[in-house]
Design a protein around this ligand. Structure first.
Ligand code: M6R
Length: 611
């Protein structure tokens, strides 16, 4: 989730690049850099931290004269945020510079192949292989366009790339595959950017690149080619958003934008970790023997990350056939936890800075447990203090209510379950295959759900005037209900509680009366009949039920319930990954109807660094 800007034309490139990068600042990043071609050579500057540091280091760009350049704001995935890992990355010859958004999945193999040819690598990034690969191909063909076409046939993964070469000082090359990139048509030059925000001050005439397309820009125009190198005519769009709307990519709120980013986030979190149907966790340093010898397993987290842990408990216990204890970090630290050497504590945190979670981690570490964290922010405190880190690669999350971080945490935990289960010999090959195939299909299924937001918005209108809403579910549906309920209360301020549906009769049902709103989650196939019984039970007391189930059970549910939301069928353990989307949208639209400040709900902070 990095930001890319590029310019070629008659103006000085560096100030345009810095301005474009500033427009991307709202996304959050940890380092930035620019490369400008002037006097027949490349000048590159990179700095860790805020953009102001880069602006000062270059005297607002004045130190890098030239009218061709590329810039990048980085949100670290491979390698810590520092000056070396920041983009642009430069080829061995010093002639080619590259900025990249996405993940090169086969970078380890490519790096080894290039090392065997004498190439040295200075960064920990996947992107540096692109620069060196281009160097290698360019060395033999002498044409940068030809080198780029050879490179894209060699790399696998997702990429938006901006490429410049000092031997071609009037040419900027852009390539796109599964990562956003757009072209900007200006009066004194042409542009590339990962986000329209970066261009809006310079041009509002843009064209969106499609997967597999390659563009060559100079000061006079832009030529675009498809993957067979046939020229493509691009339709231009005029963007009339104001700057605020542009930062949100046209969405009214970051939360909605981030909900819609989930298919891409899940793809990034999983695709690079599944190769030929097998889960590969290169970032995990535990040996098979250490994994087989794990003692107790704890999952420790707060808020939504804790809810991921609840889903994880059900799934890991299924895959590992051993007890998994889920603990609220704020309780764990004071509970004199029975944890020690040989035990594994899985710490989950989007920000990697949550104080309660950090304190729980330190407590477990002090007692000798091994710490494996699942974190979104690279280089954050929790990541740094863990023995192993699996990053979620969800990109910066800006809305206080977490959405894409929740989804990617769950995906990574499922991958971990498969990986451990395989080594421990507790997952059958059928189940392993079924879950892997299911995970690979999730992004498309999520797109399907997101294509119908209107139905959920209509349902939300029915519930928006309520003062208290119950969520009920069993097993994984209960774990999911906890998250649905938290999403609703934090952004809409409606009182809400989630109950394990079997517990209703032990007390809660006394609260159900004529008109009480109840969201019944009935996704989990083995307990669908039980879920139906609970629907009947609350309806008998007058509840107004909204049900969430799978497509397969739509008809049956509709016979009893007036408002039914559905998700496509998937492997049972993956249902919460799909089911959370309608619940996030339900909370979002209810909050919208109530006129709430959705991205910044009252009393809440994105990162809770106090006790
Ligand atoms: O950054 P973390 O994942 O450690 O944050 C934990 C909670 O504060 C967080 O999930 C919170 O509950 C969210 N606002 C929920 O949307």
């Amino acid at each position: 989730m990095c930001g890319i800007v590029g310019y070629v034309g008659t103006q000085q490139a560096a100030p345009i690049l810095l301005d474009g990068l500033r427009r991307l600042e709202y996304r959050g990043y940890d380092s930035a850099g620019i490369a400008v071609c002037g006097d027949g050579r490349l000048n590159v500057r990179k700095t860790k931290g805020r953009l102001q540091a880069l602006a000062e280091a270059t005297h607002e760009g004045a130190d890098l004269p030239g009218s061709l350049g590329i810039g990048h704001t980085r949100w670290a995935t491979h390698g810590e945020p520092n000056d070396i890992n920041a983009h642009p990355h430069v080829s061995r010859s010093g002639k080619i510079a590259v900025v990249h958004n996405g993940i090169i999945e086969n970078y380890v193999m490519l790096r080894e192949a290039l090392q065997a040819k004498g190439y040295e690598f200075i960064s920990q990034t996947d992107t540096e292989v692109v620069a060196q690969l281009l160097d290698y191909f360019y060395g033999s063909c002498g044409d940068i366009f030809e080198a780029v076409t050879q490179m894209i046939h060699t790399v696998e993964g997702a990429y938006a790339l901006g490429i410049i070469c000092s031997d071609f000082p009037d040419r900027l090359i852009a390539v796109r595959k599964e990562a956003p990139l757009l072209l900007g048509y200006g009066s004194d030059g042409n542009y590339i950017a990962s986000d329209v925000t970066a261009l809006i001050r310079h041009t509002r005439d843009v064209a969106y690149m499609e997967d597999g397309e390659l563009a060559v820009l100079d000061g006079h125009g832009i030529r675009v080619y498809d993957r067979t190198l046939c020229p493509v005519h691009k339709e231009r769009h005029h963007v009339d958003w104001d700057i605020d709307a542009a930062e949100k990519g046209g969405y009214p709120h970051f939360m909605l934008k981030e909900i819609f980013e989930q298919p891409r986030a899940i793809r990034e979190a999983t695709a690079a970790r599944i190769r030929d149907g097998r889960v590969e966790l290169e970032d995990l340093h535990m040996t098979p023997e250490e994994i087989r010898n794990i003692g107790k397993i704890y999952i420790v987290a707060c808020g939504s990350s804790y809810h991921v842990g609840m889903v994880g408990k059900y799934n890991l216990e299924r895959m590992l056939r051993r007890n998994v204890e889920v603990c609220l970090a704020s309780e764990f630290r004071y509970s004199d936890p029975i944890v020690g050497p040989g035990d594994l504590v899985i710490v989950i945190s989007q920000s990697g800075e949550t104080l309660d979670t950090m304190a729980a981690l330190r407590e477990a570490k002090k007692r000798g447990a091994r710490i494996l964290s699942i974190v979104n922010v690279v280089g954050s405190s929790i990541a740094r203090e863990s023995d192993d880190v699996l990053y979620t690669w969800a990109g910066p999350e800006i809305a206080v209510a977490t959405t894409k971080a929740y989804s990617t945490q769950m995906a990574v935990l499922n991958l971990l379950g498969l990986y451990f289960g395989d080594i421990m010999g507790t997952v059958s090959s059928e189940l392993y295959h079924e879950v892997v195939q299911g995970m690979l299909a999730l992004p498309d299924q999520m797109e399907e759900i997101l294509a119908q937001p209107g139905t959920i918005h209509e349902a939300a209108k029915l519930f928006a005037g309520q003062e208290s809403i119950f969520f009920i579910g069993r097993n994984l549906d209960y774990a999911l209900s906890l998250e649905g309920s938290l999403k609703l209360k934090e952004i809409s301020y409606i009182h809400s509680e989630a109950y394990a549906a079997g517990e209703l009769k032990h007390g809660t049902i006394s609260l159900v009366e004529e008109g009480t709103p109840v969201v019944a989650v009935g996704l989990y196939e083995p307990l669908f009949d039980k879920a139906m019984s609970n629907v009947v039970e609350v309806q008998a007391r007058g509840a107004h039920v909204l049900a969430l189930t799978t497509e397969q059970h739509r008809e049956e549910m509709e016979r009893r319930v007036p408002v039914v939301l559905t998700v496509p069928q998937t492997q049972q353990m993956l249902l919460p990954q799909l089911g959370v989307i309608p619940l996030q949208l339900l909370a979002y639209y209810i909050a919208l109807e109530r006129g709430c400040d959705i991205d910044k709900p009252r009393n809440l902070a994105k990162s809770v660094t106090v006790e």
